[in-house]
Design a protein around this ligand. Sequence first.
Ligand code: FCB
Length: 457
Amino acid sequence: MVNFTLTFPAGFLWGAATAAHQVEGGSPPNTWAAWEQMPGRIHQNQRAGLACDWWGGRYAEDFDRAAALGHNAHRFSVEWSRIEPERGKFNAEAIAHYADMIAALRARHMEPLLTLHHFTDPLWIAGQGGWLNPDTAHRFARFAQIVAEELGGGVTMWCTVNEPMVYAMQGYLLGRFRPGEGSLGRALRVAEGLLRGHAAAYAAIKEVQPDAQIGLAKHQLSLLARRPSWLHGPARNLLRHVFNRALVEALLTGELRFLRRTVAVPEARGTLDWIGLNTYYRFVAGFNLLRPRQAFIEQTRPRHGLLGPAGTGEIWPEGVFEQIRWLAERTGKPIYVTEHGVPDADDALRPLVLVRGLRSVWDALNYNFPVKGYFHWTLADNFEWTEGYDPRFRFGLFACDPQTQVRTPRRSAELYGEVCAANALTMDMVRRYLPDEADALFPGVPVQRAVTLRPRS
Ligand code: FCB
């Protein structure tokens, strides 16, 4: 029987991740609140409503919960449309609200990681063509500068943009986010706009705070090739390049290479102090001649494994290791897991996903990949974009009922809390939370296999 302790480095950041629109409530003047008004866009036409009522002040009690569970950091986002509801008009009350939130984190000894853009845009930005308009990158940089000036006293960890490829693809190719379009060309131009926005915001924040640590959160998909792989392997590679890699490479080289189009984005080169990894699922990729819009590439669910709810892929915590490895080898930058989690209202899978995900992080550390922190998605159930409050998409360590605002800890909250408090994952924890799986997950001590030495001639 093994009895290990997987210890994490001193100073490792442990926390949860949230996004303004998903937790704040109170209908800000942004694109998502507008999208929610359109029939047929969100699960059962739901609206974010009160969400977790963080705009009403309930962030404080949720930070208490996180702190009590040993979290020493928290990733959250500020809502651009509240801070700048009209072009060039900055709202002091909104800024004060976020200053209070940051002070509340500091008071609980939790390091804030502040995201500037998490899927929502002010309506006036949408009105000027959103990220297809080159001016938007400049407006975003101006916003970033104001936020850095006003809130930079309490923040040194900045995430400019959350999941630029998801924003671009969901909104402009797959039509699930606003504006609901279906054009690969426009999706790629939006991704380029976000990359320029990131670069401009990076420069603007550094002006204000030279020692700021600035990165972005990149969603990475684990991808298998459909069989036969001699036929479909290139489809997997193409999807992997466009979705996972092109933008990351542009941050290093200043060239954004999508399919046959290469665009010079020299301002993006070197604008990365760290990189954030968001990862959840594994898919199978292959060619399908009926999908001309998507460059004839199709992404499907594997047949086996731990399948997530419809529309998602296989839940694949080992992807955390795979993606850290690529990001670390390619960028050489410090890495934060800025999101990882599982939709699971009953908490039947989450302990397993947590243990496998954290083991992946620990494995990566043992390869000397510079992982600096882990932020579980998410603290409490919240408004899950197109899925709204669909019970199949509850990602919280805490259950949260948006009507009653009652929070209930899931067992995973306690398991994760033990890990955070100990800065380690132990076999004893695994046995208590996963009695049936523990021994299969961590079979005995590895045995050295015999190695036959061949005499050298
Ligand atoms: C990520 C998003 C986050 C949440 C999780 C489940 O792609 O960044 O807001 O929706 O998925």
